[in-house]
Design a protein around this ligand. Structure first.
Ligand SMILES: Cc1cc2nc3c(=O)[nH]c(=O)nc-3n(C[C@H](O)[C@H](O)[C@H](O)COP(=O)(O)O)c2cc1C
Length: 324
């Protein structure tokens, strides 16, 4: 299959594995790239530039296919100088693709453009998609409210955003949020996008960095099991509605400030709780598509299965239309 995305990035399938803080490390991302997609590693999961450089080199040792690293620009969390230092490492190491997310990329994009590295920027609205394109993003990913991570405050489903972004943008568009198989990928691409990005599906992979018991719990969750926390901070996050999420919602309802909320919303603390299998104490981000994720598999098999399902869906549609 050829799309503007596969041509631009030199990949076999228009399927990108979304960056997952602390969890989508080289072991997972390299397998997605080896299977013909594109794996993304979160740069901010690494405490300093040396650790980041080591991960890039590990990635190069595990795959000779294109791969990418995400740079999170969330304003409250990152220091601008740190972002530039991390971007420099990615440029020096000639990382094939850089993904940015979290705020308008304009202030950070120049060195990446000068290095000639394709930039994917991830947004949650049409307004931000147009701004990212104006800033120079080569590809824009649009997440519907279904998605994990920070899917925005507007709560507009992907099917509306993807179609509109494909109509209004000139650069290639990627659909994200709730895509977990070939059928949902097919549905997204029928709206005119050039590829898809999915993350939650890869939480139920062998290679994602999480305890086995987490993955086993995940595949039992229904589509109604998530909630948006941190709306009061205008940085909504879709998480499993567990005890930790309820603590955050209660604190927000009581008027807590960012400072009050920090101990509850700290990504680092949540990741420690998750790794120690204390699931009631972790903020666990997952998309609504979780209700359709039922099997833990190696990442390579997930990619192969999604693509086989995509082509089977195409045959089904051809049959259906042929019966006119
Ligand atoms: C565990 C987890 C951690 C995530 N961490 C990040 C992150 O650090 N930065 C980011 O831009 N997106 C992050 N995301 C969002 C994904 O990259 C992606 O945009 C979103 O999950 C797509 O929706 P889906 O999960 O329904 O496929 C994370 C998602 C998950 C499931």
């Amino acid at each position: 299959m050829k799309t503007k995305l596969t041509e631009m990035l030199g990949i076999k399938y228009p399927l990108i594995q979304g960056s997952m803080q602390y969890m989508s490390l080289a072991e997972l991302a390299s397998e997605v790239s080896n299977a013909g997609g594109l794996g993304l590693v979160p740069s901010m999961a690494f405490p300093n530039v040396d650790a980041l450089r080591a991960e890039v080199r590990k990635m190069k040792s595990l795959t000779d296919k294109p791969f990418g690293f995400n740079i999170s620009l969330v304003p409250e969390v990152v220091i601008p100088q740190m972002i530039f230092d991390y971007i420099n490492v990615l440029i020096e190491e000639e990382v094939p693709v850089i993904e940015t997310s979290g705020q308008r990329p304009g202030n950070f994009i120049k060195p990446i453009k000068e290095a000639g590295i394709p930039i994917i920027h991830k947004v949650t609205s049409i307004k931000h998609a147009l701004a990212a394109q104006a800033d120079g993003a080569d590809i824009v990913t649009v997440i519907g409210t279904e998605g994990a991570g920070h899917p925005g405050l507007d709560q507009v489903p992907g099917s509306i955003l993807w179609a509109k972004a494909a109509e209004e943008l000139e650069v290639p568009v990627l659909a994200a949020g709730g895509i977990v198989d070939g059928k949902s990928m097919y549905a997204a691409m029928s709206l005119g996008v050039d590829g898809i990005l999915m993350a939650s599906r890869f939480l139920a992979s062998d290679e994602v960095k999480a305890p086995r018991s987490f993955k086993e719990k995940l595949i039992t969750l229904p589509e109604t099991s998530t909630v948006l926390t941190m709306k009061s901070l205008r940085n909504a996050m879709r998480v499993v509605h567990n005890k930790q999420a309820q603590r955050i919602l209660d604190a927000e309802a009581a008027g807590a400030t960012l400072e009050d909320l920090m101990p509850l919303i700290s990504g680092k603390a949540s990741n420690i709780a998750l790794m120690e299998e204390r699931y009631d104490d972790a903020q666990m981000t997952v998309g609504q598509g979780v209700g359709r994720i039922r099997e833990i598999k190696p990442a390579r098999e997930i990619v192969a299965e999604v693509m086989a399902d995509f082509y089977a869906t195409h045959d089904y549609m051809k049959d259906l239309v042929g019966k006119d």
